[in-house]
Ligand binder design. Structure first.
Ligand code: SAM
Length: 307
């Protein structure tokens, strides 16, 4: 199945990101929608595009072919970016984009087992060549770790009880499909409405892909990778992603000498970033109507201060 992904907050992203000629990073290439628009809008831009999913990379490669040697592609997670960047010459980025999460093509592909809306193998990995599929990872997992993931990444109530049932079913080999997981959640919680299944599927997907650790790694590397004045744009779809972006890029509030309390005035925050989005940017009603998957998006932009 192939449902092309609509780039989210495209006009707003370009408005913050573009800063003239130079090398741009798309850390989450996906279908290449944002990347394509960057290369079209800025004829002197070159792009390093990265994705951990081979399918996305192949799709984007075909779409970006017409830009020739302005584009370099790399397969890997955010943790591989420093190496990919060095291999591409190490030129500091004029702009960097991270559009977290998954593309519509990934979500709507039953073979990936990401959505409870389609029956498929309970895999959920973005990179099928790396790590264990979800059913196998659950079968060897520690219940407490699964419970923590359900709480941290899905705010799931009764996470301990649900984790116990999930791990037991996986060990018994009874959790090999999305339908089996959805049925189990319904049995244990007495609630199989989509709004109750979605957080469980989301939390387990974030856990199996180790998404938060990847995000932390990328955000910690960025200050060294951006040129002075270069802008980082992030698009988050989950409060955990957005919290990490704020924490890593907003700067560490200074501690007041007299009262040993954090100085909350953002102007006094120390760190390499100037925040360009004092108020988070969200999609317009029109965009939300035409692309329901954009609804939870939150855009933040930060400019690298001069060194
Ligand atoms: C929301 S989609 C990006 C869509 C893209 N901006 C477009 O316009 O088509 C997110 C993409 O990031 C990739 N991705 C998510 N987390 C990643 C990570 N930690 N490392 C590398 N790629 C990641 C996913 O495989 C997916 O293709």
């Amino acid at each position: 199945m192939s449902v092309r992904h609509d780039p989210v907050l495209l006009r707003e992203t370009l408005g913050f990101l573009l800063g003239g000629a130079g090398l741009y990073l798309d850390g989450t290439l996906g279908d290449g929608g944002h990347a394509c628009a960057v290369l079209e809008a800025e004829p002197l831009a070159r792009l390093l595009g990265n994705d951990r999913d081979h399918g996305s990379l192949d799709f984007a490669r075909a779409r970006l072919e017409r830009f020739g040697d302005r584009v370099t592609l790399h397969h890997g997670t955010f943790r591989d970016l420093p190496r990919a960047h060095a291999a591409a010459g190490g030129e500091l980025f004029a702009g960097a984009l991270f559009d977290f999460g998954l593309s519509s093509r990934q979500i709507d592909d039953p073979a990936r087992g990401i959505s409870f809306m389609h029956d498929g193998p309970l895999d959920q990995r973005m990179d099928a060549g790396s790590g264990l599929p979800l059913d196998q990872k659950l079968a060897v997992a520690d219940e407490a770790e699964v419970a923590q993931a359900l709480r941290d990444y899905g705010d799931v109530r009764g996470a301990g009880r649900l984790a116990r049932a999930i791990v037991a079913a996986a060990r018994a080999g009874e959790l090999s499909t999305t339908r089996a997981l959805a049925a189990l959640v319904g049995r244990v919680t007495g609630d199989s409405r989509p709004k109750s299944l979605a957080p469980v599927f989301q939390a387990l997907r974030i856990w199996v892909n180790d998404e938060m650790r990847d995000i932390d790694g990328a955000l910690a590397w960025l200050p060294d990778a951006m040129r002075d004045g270069g802008v980082v744009v992030t698009l988050s779809y989950h409060s955990g992603e957005d919290r990490r972006v704020k924490h890593a890029l907003r700067g560490v509030p200074r501690v007041s000498a007299s009262r040993r309390l954090p100085v909350m005035d953002d102007e006094k925050a120390e760190g390499p970033w100037e925040e360009l989005t004092r108020k988070v940017v969200v999609p317009s009603i029109e965009e939300q109507d035409s692309n329901p998957r954009a609804r939870s998006a939150r855009l933040r932009a930060f400019r690298r201060k001069p060194r």
